[in-house]
Design a binder for this molecule. Structure first.
Ligand SMILES: [Zn+2]
Ligand SMILES: [Zn+2]
Length: 96
């Protein structure tokens, strides 16, 4: 049986819909490697970190997952179906 591809951020199966690709190292620098990732997880990464932060510090999945904000997101998204996507979920809801 074929191993199901998993999302490198949240660890859930990737599924077949709402899949993006993320460059751990931005392509403007030497980054070539692209990783398939849930669209919702991808949006989350880019809503939490700036390109500069991604480049300087958060260029490994381990680093990304150590971040408090990402950890909470992973816990939250763990209960959602693989293809789940909503544009509101990725915005920062600390406003209230
Ligand atoms: Zn994911
Ligand atoms: Zn990206």
């Amino acid at each position: 049986m074929l191993e199901e591809p998993q999302c490198p951020l949240c660890g859930r199966p990737l599924g077949t819909v709402n899949i993006d690709r993320h460059h751990l190292v931005p392509k403007t620098f030497k980054g070539r490697e692209q990783f398939p990732i849930h669209k919702i997880c991808h949006r989350k990464i880019h809503s939490v970190f700036t390109e500069r932060e991604l480049l300087r510090e958060f260029h490994t999945w381990e680093k990304l997952r150590e971040n408090e904000e990402i950890r909470r997101f992973i816990e939250w998204v763990a209960k959602k179906p693989a293809g789940f996507y909503t544009s509101t979920a990725t915005s920062n809801n600390k406003k209230r």
